[in-house]
Structure formats: C-alpha cells, structure tokens
Design a binder for this molecule. Structure first.
Ligand code: SAH
Length: 217
C-alpha cells in the first residue's frame, strides 16, 4: 500500500509540472503532499474500488457521486494556501477525503453534504479514523454555513453555474475560495477567488476541469 501511495504521489507531483503552464504552479506545497501521505485514500473508497484507491482517477462513491481525482485534490488544496489556524468550509463532503486532507493543514473544517446517506457515512468514517477537527453538516452548501461563518478558506467540490453569493459573503477579507465554475455536463473552469482586505475580490481561471454538478439552489 505504501508503495502504491508513493507512486501516486509521484504521479500527482508530475501532474503539477504538466499543468504548470495553465496554473502557474510547478510544484505542489510539500505540506499538501505530506497531508496526502497521512490521509489514506483506501479508507474513503468503496470496497469494490479498493484496487484503484491509489490510482490518479476519480471513483464512484454511490448516489451518482465521486471522490475526486488525487491530482485535483492536491491542486485545490494547494490553491487554498491553508495555515494552521484556519477556519475552513468545504461544500460537497462526499467521502470526506478532501475534508480530512484540509483538516491536516487547518485548524477546523466544516463540510456540508446534501445527500443524507453520504453525510452520515462521512461522519461515521471520520469518527472511526479519529479525525476530530472535521465536522460534517447535512444540507445545501450553496447557502454556505452562516452559523460557522466567516471562513479563511472555502473549497467547493462540485460544479456551480456561478459562484454562490452566500459563499462570497462568508469568505473573510484576505480569504481564498477554490471552485469549479461552468455548465453541467461539460468542462468547467477551476477558479481561485481571492478577497482582499477591503472585501473586493478577483477571480482567476486556472484549469479546465470536470466535476459532478452542485445540487440545490
Ligand atoms: N469532496 C468529496 C468529493 C465529493 S463529489 C470527496 O473528497 O469525496 C461532490 C459532492 O458534493 C457529492 O457528495 C454531492 O452529493 C455533494 N453536493 C452536491 N451538491 C451539493 C450541495 N448543494 N450542497 C452540499 N453538497 C452537495
């Protein structure tokens, strides 16, 4: 397993180099790669896909949803530039894999998942794995999580037609959001949205990506 994980990490690192002309990132932050070595992906995939847990592909997790491709997880986590004290939000908890990796780098992660069965399974899995700083909320993440806002960083793990206004509102000045934006069933653009200290924000389009769509408002 360790061997497979190491190979995957090499593939992920090579992916950064291969996409550097789009993203401007030649190398992923070593802390992101270290976090991905700690969070064992085979704990997050269904038994039927275990043999593919350390292959750089998305995998089905039931309910028409997927656990993201490791390279994409690395890229999105890198873009968030998480700091140890950060209070963070993920929309689209799914298996909990991405949230657990954020949990390695931030103080606290709140993840919102709209499919009740996935939210329950995610909560149980994270408890079993002893992940104590990731909190799973069932609901529509396009509304954010007003009771826990504002956030230093927000990661959206499903495609949105446009950036949900509630999420922009719930991002702290100086905060960062990573989100795939575009039409469903086609290629979206992975966007990094940065809010400055005055609350103004700029969006950077980084890479064509393909995500499952956000469900909800
Ligand atoms: N981050 C996940 C990937 C999940 S795929 C992982 O690491 O496994 C996207 C997830 O977003 C799916 O589980 C889907 O059910 C969820 N989702 C879709 N629309 C949502 C919404 N409006 N609010 C919260 N979760 C949503």
């Amino acid at each position: 397993m360790r061997n497979e994980l190491e190979k995957l990490m090499q593939t992920v690192a090579a992916g950064a180099a291969a996409t550097a002309s789009h993203t401007g990132i030649a190398e992923f932050d070593p802390r992101v790669l270290a976090a991905m070595r700690e969070v064992l992906r085979h704990e997050f995939v269904p038994e039927s896909s275990l043999s593919l847990a350390y292959v750089d592909v998305p995998l089905p997790i039931g309910h028409g949803q997927t656990i993201s491709q490791p390279y994409i997880v690395a890229l999105m986590t890198h873009l968030l530039a998480l700091k140890p004290g950060d209070h963070t939000l993920e929309v689209g908890g799914g298996s909990g894999y991405q949230a657990a990796i954020m949990g390695q780098l931030a103080n606290e992660v709140h993840t919102v998942e709209i499919v009740p069965a996935l939210a329950r399974a995610c909560r149980e899995r994270l408890a079993r794995l002893g992940v104590h700083n990731v909190f799973v909320h069932e609901g529509d993440g396009t509304l954010g999580l007003p009771e826990k806002a504002p956030f230093d960083a927000i990661l959206v793990a499903a495609a949105a037609r446009e950036v949900p206004p509630a999420l922009i509102e719930q991002l702290k000045p100086g905060g960062r959001m990573v989100i795939p934006v575009g039409e469903v069933d086609t290629v979206q653009s992975l966007q990094l949205l940065q809010k400055d200290l005055h609350g103004n924000y700029i969006e950077h389009n980084l890479l064509p990506v393909r995500f499952v769509p956000l469900i909800g408002s």
